[in-house]
Design a protein around this ligand. Sequence first.
Ligand SMILES: Nc1ncnc2c1ncn2[C@@H]1O[C@H](COP(=O)(O)OP(=O)(O)OP(=O)(O)O)[C@@H](O)[C@H]1O
Ligand SMILES: [Mg+2]
Length: 401
Amino acid sequence: MPNASDDLFTREDPIFANKELLEINHLPGEGRIVGRDDEISNLATAVNPAIFGQSPSNVLIYGKTGTGKSLCAKYVSQRLVETASEEAVKATFAYVDCAQDTTETQAVQTIADSVNRSEVTGIKVPDKGLSTSTYYKRLWRILDAQYDVVLIILDEIDKLSDDDILMQLSRAGEAGKIDQCKLGVIGISNKIQYKDRMDERVKSSLCEREFVFPPYDANQLRDIMDARSDAFRDGVLDPSTIPRAAALAAREHGDARKAIDILRYAGEIAQSTAASTVREEFVTQARQRAETDRFRELIRGSTPHSRYVLQALAMLSLSNERQDGFRTSRVYEVYENICTGQGSDSLSLRRVRDLLKEHAFLDIIEQSKHSGGSAEGSYTKHQLLEDPQVVRDVLSEEVGT
Ligand SMILES: Nc1ncnc2c1ncn2[C@@H]1O[C@H](COP(=O)(O)OP(=O)(O)OP(=O)(O)O)[C@@H](O)[C@H]1O
Ligand SMILES: [Mg+2]
C-alpha cells in the first residue's frame, strides 16, 4: 500500500496559506498597519528627539481595546531604533506587559534583562533573588554602558500595583541615576480614568504628551482584514466574508483584534467542517467565539472587585431578562451579597461607581441617565453590553485564580 498515508493525512492546509498573519501575537509589517497614519506620526514626533540622542517626550496612549495602541507603540519604537542607528545613535526599546509584571521589582527586572547584553556589560540580571534597589542599580549601569537613548513601553500601565517605577523612570535623568543615557516612557492604557489615580508629580513628568486612539470604523476594519487576506489560500475566502466581519465588528466595538479573530475562527470553522470556502455564514459562529475571547482578555488581570461588580450585573440581567438596565443601588446590593459570599469586605458605593464607569468606557456595560421626577431626582442605569451568559461563564472560569 504505497500511498496509504496520502489517504490518511492531508498534506496541505486547504484553507490557510499563512495562518500566522492572523495569530494574536503577529506584528504586522510595514504597509499592513492601516488607518493609523496620524497616530503613528504623532507618536513619532513625540519621540523624535531620540534620533539626535536627546530626551524623547514621555507619552501616554489611551484608547479602547483593539485600537492598535500596542501595535503602533512597538512599530514606532522599532522604527526609531533603526533610524537612530543610521545616525550612529545607540538606541533600543524595552517592552513590559504590566499585566504580567505587576510589581515594581518584576517590571525593573524585565526591563534590565531585555536591554542587557551581558557579553558587553558583564552584568547579570537574574530572574529573581535581588532586591528592587539592586535591580535598579544594575539597570542604570546597563543603560549607561550600552545606550544613548532607550524607550520603555509600559503596556497596560494601569495594572501596575503602584506608581513607584514611573517615578523612578521619569526622574532617572534629573536624579542623576543615569548620565549618558536618555530615557523615554510610553505608557499605554485602556482605562480612561487611570490618570486620575496617578501621583501629581508622576503625572506631570509622565504625561508630557497624550494621545487617544479612536475605535476603527467598518472601512478601516475591512482594510485591516484585507491587508491580511493572504493568510488564506487563493479563492478560499468568499468575497462577502470580510465585509460582513467588518460590519459586525465595527457595529459592536471597532476592535481590530476581534475582527481578526473572527476571520481566523471563520477559517477554522471551514477547516473543521471540511468546507472548501470560508463563507459569510461562518462569521456569525466565529463572532460568538471571538466575543468570549475578547471578554476574557478584557478582564484579564482585573481586580476581584471589578469582577464582582460585573458578576452582580450579570446575575441581575439573567434573572430579569426583560429589564433593560439596573440602578446603581440595585447593582450595589447584589455586589455586597457577592462580597459577603466571597468573605471579602465590600468597597464603598463611590468606588463601585468608578468601577462601573471603567466598564462603561470599555463598552462592557452601557450607562444611561434617567430622571425620576421631582421626588426622586435623576439616577443612572447600568446594562451589560456583553452577553450575560458569556460574562457569567467567563467569570466563573476565573474563580480561584
Ligand atoms: N491599524 C491596524 N492595522 C493592522 N492591524 C491592526 C491595526 N490595529 C490593530 N491591529 C491588530 O489588531 C490587534 C489588536 O491591536 P493592539 O494589540 O495594538 O490593540 P490595543 O489597542 O493595544 O488593545 P488593548 O487595549 O486590548 O491592549 C493586533 O493583532 C494588531 O496587530
Ligand atoms: Mg495592547
